[in-house]
Design a protein around this ligand. Sequence first.
Ligand SMILES: Nc1ncnc2c1ncn2[C@@H]1O[C@H](COP(=O)(O)OP(=O)(O)OP(=O)(O)O)[C@@H](O)[C@H]1O
Ligand SMILES: O=C(O)[C@H](O)CO
Length: 374
Amino acid sequence: MRILIAPDKFKGSLTAAEAAAAIAEGALRVYPDAVATQFPIADGGEGTLEAAVSAGYEERINAVVGPILSPVGAAWAILKKADGGATAVIETAQASGLAQMEPTPANALRAHSYGCGQLIAAALDAGATEIVLGLGGSAMTDGGSGALRALGLRPLDSAGNVVPLGGGSLADVVALDTSGLDPRLSAASFRIAVDVRNPLYGTNGAAHVFGPQKGADEAAVEMLDAGLRNWASLLREATGRDVNVEGAGAAGGFPASFIGLANARLEGGFALVAGLTGLAGQLDDADLVITGEGSMDSQSLTGKAPIALAHAARERGIPVVVVAGRILVTPEDLAANGVVAAAQLLDVAPSLEDAVEHAAKYLSRATVQLLEGA
Ligand SMILES: Nc1ncnc2c1ncn2[C@@H]1O[C@H](COP(=O)(O)OP(=O)(O)OP(=O)(O)O)[C@@H](O)[C@H]1O
Ligand SMILES: O=C(O)[C@H](O)CO
């Protein structure tokens, strides 16, 4: 029997790779002769990099400017392709992550994506022809302007000066000087994986919905939203492209600049990661799929990675079981999505604290119970 073990992360307790290892241990206790393949998955936001590295991408670390100027060491990954090009994977959370900044109103206005642009430059220097951007978990609301500045864009105010970095200055920009933009930007193709479907601006946009978690108070949210609107209209004037599309609100509006001034397209995160990592090929060989994540809830049913995987498995007639930290949906909900059985760590651990602290042990145990009962 071939078992494909492909969980997402258990946020707060296990990375996807750690979860896969713990599930494999339990699965092999029940089926000692099985071939268990560990394959961490991700939605295409945070976790894309880890999934790519597990699938054989070479990890690199560059020192870049963090979201509020202090330097950070940011990981990214690259894989040479048969045609002589290379694919790089970059995550906004690495160079410009929310975890790297104290969320205050002032920081929400100052935070920028310059470091992501430095990683893109590093990837281009290393020969990348295709760049996958995993968006989410970011500090900034700058419409991706900081990243393009690292690649030569000069946003000018009415006095002809380059404005300060950060979303708080975007409303002051009156013109875009694109003359110094790195020409490799238009030669490369950008594939953007987003973790949310929000538009760039408006009440459902990046500033209103994700500004507060970055420290923005009401006044800062309004400033950032006005800045993103202005940024979109400047990009529209310069290129004729509408950048206020579904998903453009991810990572502080990061997609906007790339849809506007580079060769970029937004893609569904899971499908992108599955293609990147060879998950589809693994599925073709599997007799059973075990997936899971920290919290299997109504959000999960909107097509998050484990459920998207369950759909892909169902199309191939392969049974899927789920092991999650906690399960907040009904067995009927799960069955409707192709999941034949499920278990939660909260049922095998004495408390939530214990389940989180010793997650690997309980995940193996829950896997054993699930497979013995199935
Ligand atoms: N070991 C664990 N035991 C019990 N519950 C856990 C455990 N690990 C994580 N969780 C629960 O899962 C939640 C995190 O959910 P999850 O890992 O699915 O990420 P998420 O916040 O839904 O993000 P994403 O949408 O990126 O998947 C935690 O807040 C916690 O409630
Ligand atoms: O980075 C962010 O702003 C959120 O994760 C939404 O993409």
